[in-house]
Design a protein around this ligand. Structure first.
Ligand code: HEM
Length: 242
């Protein structure tokens, strides 16, 4: 269906050598956890990934994220299903860093039943899975509240959002100014929460981006030096040929 092109926005991670904004990824995780996790899974990520190098809660004092106290505390807030135990029963226990993020629904059918037939997609690779990527997610989250154009009827359980293909989305608006209280004092406006959750989802979709860019930079530097060496070697070798 038709859709509006997402608003342009410069993210901290745009460009070949840029990095994620750690504060934004941390805030974005908070938004994800408080808001999105009620309906969306993050199935490609384990909780410990939050503490790996490049992750929002990485601490060099804990090279093994399973030992990172912040990550352990985050994990312990989740209730995960485990088992079967020695009697063949499933049981629940507090999460550990090695666990995956628990999914809100047991399966797709349950997810659809809870959302008027629409399925909230997994968000772990969403910024790569959607055309326009990060700017689309940001605009989508900010894109509610406009009157639908003449002739468009918004059915029950649907919301008008011009950035969503077709314009009618089954996801209700998620943000209003001041919905959350960030612990770093940042004011939680709709735009701020949209920026932050997008930054988090961009990290989740590409958790090794920073390492990859660093490696790219090193390869480039290596090639530049190699070129220089080859050039002088060439001059040396041919210097006696007149
Ligand atoms: C779809 C993000 C919270 C229900 C989506 C999509 C994204 C998204 C990116 C996919 C749009 C597309 O297919 O192009 C988020 C974020 C959230 C959030 C970042 C938190 C800030 C929620 C919550 C619910 C929900 C809390 C349930 C109450 C849905 C549903 C769909 C959806 C039902 C499918 C819509 C459709 O296909 O019409 N969401 N979401 N979302 N979301 Fe969310």
């Amino acid at each position: 269906g038709e859709y509006r092109k997402p608003e342009d926005h410069r993210f901290s991670f745009d460009g070949p050598f840029s990095t994620f904004d750690r504060g934004a990824v941390q805030r974005g995780f908070y938004v994800f956890n408080q808001v999105c996790a009620a309906c969306h899974s993050l199935e490609h990520l384990a909780i410990r990934h939050l503490g790996q190098p490049g992750g929002p809660f990485h601490d060099p004092a804990y090279p093994n994220p399973n030992d990172n106290p912040v990550v352990r505390a985050i994990a312990a807030e989740y209730i995960v299903e485990d088992g079967p135990d020695e009697y063949g029963d499933m049981f629940e226990r507090p999460g550990r860093p090695a666990d995956r993020f628990p999914s809100p629904y047991a399966n797709e059918a349950q997810g659809r039943a809870a959302n008027n037939g629409a399925y909230p997609p997994d968000l772990s690779i969403i910024t790569r899975a959607r055309h326009y990527g990060a700017p689309y997610i940001r605009s989508l989250m900010m894109g509610y509240g406009e009157e639908p154009p003449e002739g468009v009827t918004v059915g029950a359980g649907l919301y008008y959002n011009p950035y969503f293909p077709g314009g009618l989305i089954a996801m209700p608006p998620q943000f209003e100014d001041g919905l959350l209280t960030y612990n770093d004092g940042t004011e939680a406006t709709v735009e701020q929460m949209a920026n932050d959750v997008t930054e988090f989802l961009a990290w989740a979709s590409d958790p090794h981006m920073e390492q990859r860019k660093r490696l790219g930079l090193m390869v480039l530097a290596y090639l530049v030096i190699l070129c220089g060496l080859l050039f002088f070697t060439y001059r040396q070798i041919w210097s006696k040929v007149k």
